[in-house]
Design a protein around this ligand. Structure first.
Ligand code: ACM
Length: 269
């Protein structure tokens, strides 16, 4: 099964939701693609400075402004989109990513590993790692700092993900991009890291986002990448069957060769 995987790398202007959503959708519209991944918190920007601010900018899913716009675009362009936003659910706010496809709301992932001051604004994701069956392929989702914990990608691969969408707002230079090559190889999956670029100076702190979005393959290749400061969308053709073949050699299999009887510590607190 051939598929066009892509990312949109933007430079959101803080709080300027309509402009940010329109820019990302325009980039996606121009480039095409079957699956497009947008950055983490792509509609609002990242560096919140108060509970009041995030409460104002967070949205219900799927009935909020951003998810509705994404659904419209996915219908008109006949594609699947994964995009990060602040989600209000009951009395909690989550750092979430929505999945929409051909005009339908497919589901949401709520970030599990919160980074730095996200711990002040967001609740820890309460629904675990999720894999969505899109017919032609299975899609796992994780968000930015989830990359630091190899268990995130591993659980998604064990749940059957062929492709992992990874909306991000990376700030630690160059580390994640290298790690994702290994995550792709060891799990034999495609990974789309859609990062943002630009700088935010808020609450006395400066956040430099490192761009360099990329798509990596099960054979540890970088199939597409962006520069640090580009606002750009890219797509690449892949064959999903590459992610279904988990053989390493004639005698080795990436999943079946695990020796889980020796891994007990991995699931201990
Ligand atoms: C991050 O998780 N946004 C670094």
């Amino acid at each position: 099964m051939k598929l066009k995987l892509g990312f949109v790398q933007t430079n959101p202007s803080f709080g300027n939701k309509e402009k940010n959503v329109e820019e990302a959708i325009n980039l996606s519209r121009k480039i095409g693609g079957d699956l497009m991944v947008f950055p983490e918190l792509f509609n609002t920007g990242y560096a919140f400075i108060s509970k009041k601010e995030i409460d104002y900018l967070a949205e219900e899913v799927p009935d909020g402004y951003t998810t509705i716009k994404l659904m419209e675009h996915s219908r008109e362009a006949n594609k699947t989109i994964v995009a990060g936003l602040a989600e209000r659910f009951n009395d909690k706010i989550f750092n979430s990513a929505v999945v929409v496809s051909n005009g339908q709301f497919i589901g949401v992932y709520r970030k599990v590993h919160l980074f730095y001051k996200e711990k002040l604004w967001f609740s820890v994701g309460n629904i675990g790692f999720r894999v969505f069956d899109l017919g032609h392929f299975k899609l796992g989702v994780m968000i930015c700092f989830d990359w630091f914990f190899p268990e995130s990608a591993r659980v998604l691969a064990l749940e059957g993900a062929d492709v992992i969408a990874h909306p991000s707002n990376l700030v630690l230079p160059g580390l994640c991009q290298k790690a994702m090559l290994i995550r792709s190889l060891e799990n034999k999956v495609f990974i789309i890291t859609a990062n943002r670029t630009g700088t935010e100076f808020r609450g006395g702190e400066r956040f430099n986002y490192i761009g360099r979005s990329q798509i990596t393959s099960p054979s540890m290749k970088v199939l597409a990448s962006a520069e640090e400061d580009e606002v750009i969308a890219k797509v690449v053709d892949v064959d999903i069957s590459e992610a279904r073949d988990k053989n390493i050699t004639k005698f080795n299999h990436a999943i079946q060769d695990r020796k889980v009887e020796f891994y007990g510590k991995l699931v201990m607190p």
